[in-house]
Design a protein around this ligand. Structure first.
Ligand code: PLP
Length: 402
């Protein structure tokens, strides 16, 4: 019997916890929405979020900002990137990553990825030497962590500063160590489709006091940098307070109020995503035609989306495969299209970046599919989704969708 149509939305999130709604209403009633609009010794919601996120992440410092993209731009600038500098990143990531490099006038230098969707460390070393880049903005794209021990070794040997884009790895770990803690800084997003939802928002973490002081002033702290929940001591600012521009990218207390209860519940959310991921992955693993990225022993992942490859699939068949699934309500995105659809842009559509040859990445993306797994899906929804995908793959093999 053919499985029934899938009816749920792929972009519907779970509601904000009641305690977050109440805290947000309290902020609105107070009228003090701006993070620095505090009374006496009062701790603003933004300050409290910074303190709590730093503790959870195991970082000395945390700065709340307006978006994940802003966290990356501020991190690059606070790390010393100046216009014209080469900045390494993965050839497969989402548009805000090359966008952040472009925003600070940097030149993105793209490294190839592997079949497991992580940066190719051999290519990274080659590109690092050839470009002379001093910075790597490493994107843990779709929640896949490369061999972080080897990466740290490589960047250490080459004298490269590491900044991690953890938009998809909030809560993920390598060998028990939190993603975002392997280099100078970690950048997180709290945009609706990430692991915590404040509509828009970002968090930047680091253990480096001078870096975080520069980042805080860049984020638009005026001279109110002492009103931060997990910031460096006031004296760290003395040397740089008048040298650093204010680029206005603060998070407000309303968003912070929405996020604090979500952080308290994040371990349960992670378990929920992983139960869904493992359920779908378990079914897909039964098809020899489908390749799932390897999940190394050392990796603790957060499966808020799933990726799979159909190696060697033609463009026409990939399009037909996506269309067949869309017709039964299953939203699978394909990263191999010539034109970006929604978030699926690839490096060919970043025309502000100097064109680069990434034949291995292109070959992988040509057969790469992606599906979100929001917590609004149940485990039986996951069974149904996998059924549809397996049927569509079987139909492909019988040439029915050619
Ligand atoms: C969403 C995202 C970002 C940036 O987050 P925003 O908050 O939307 O600016 C960065 N990197 C990746 C891989 C993302 O998916």
């Amino acid at each position: 019997m053919a499985p029934g149509r899938f009816e749920k939305s792929f972009t519907q999130q779970t509601p904000i916890p009641d305690s977050g709604i109440e805290a947000a209403v309290a902020v609105m009633r107070s009228g003090r929405l701006h993070r620095y609009n505090t009374r006496g010794a009062e701790e603003s919601e933004a300050m409290a979020l910074e303190r709590e996120f730093a503790l959870w992440q195991g970082a000395r410092f945390c700065l709340a900002v307006a978006s994940g993209g802003q966290a990356m731009q501020i991190a690059l600038r606070a790390a010393g990137v100046t216009p014209g500098d080469a900045v390494l990143t993965n050839g497969f990531t989402l548009a805000p990553v090359p966008g952040a490099i472009a925003a600070v006038g940097g030149r993105p230098v793209l490294a190839e990825i592997t079949e497991d969707l992580v940066i190719d460390l051999d290519d990274l070393a080659i590109k690092a030497r050839a470009s002379g880049a001093r910075i790597l903005l490493l994107s843990h794209m779709r929640g896949h962590l490369c061999d972080m021990a080897r990466l740290v070794q490589i960047v250490g040997d080459l004298g490269i500063t590491l900044i991690e884009d953890c938009a998809h790895t909030m809560g993920a770990k390598w060998d028990g160590r939190a993603s975002g803690s392997f280099g100078l800084a970690g950048c997180f997003s709290t945009q609706t489709y990430k692991h915590m939802n404040s509509g828009e928002g970002g968090l930047l973490t680091s253990d480096d006091a001078a870096f975080m002081a520069r980042a805080t002033i860049l984020s638009g702290s005026y001279m109110l940098y002492e009103r931060h929940g997990a910031g460096p001591a006031a004296e760290v600012y003395q040397a740089l307070r008048l040298e650093t521009p204010n680029c206005s990218a603060r998070m407000d207390s309303l968003r912070a109020a929405l996020l604090r209860p979500q952080l308290r519940e994040i371990e349960a959310a992670i378990a929920g995503w992983n139960a869904r991921y493992d359920r779908v992955a378990g079914h897909l693993a039964k098809s020899p035609a489908i390749r799932l990225p390897k999940r190394p022993e050392a990796e603790t992942y957060v499966g808020s989306s799933i990726q799979f490859r159909l190696p060697g699939i033609s463009r026409a068949r990939a399009k037909a495969f996506v269309a067949v699934l869309a017709a039964v309500g299953v939203e699978v995105k394909w990263f191999g299209g010539a034109e970006p659809v929604g978030f699926t842009s690839d490096h060919h559509s970043w025309r502000y970046v100097a064109a680069q040859d990434l034949p291995r990445t292109d070959a992988i993306l040509a057969g790469l599919f992606d599906m979100r797994l929001p917590l609004t899906f149940s485990l039986s929804d996951c069974d149904l989704l996998a059924d549809h995908i397996l049927s569509a793959v079987a139909a492909l093999q019988h040439g029915e969708t050619a």
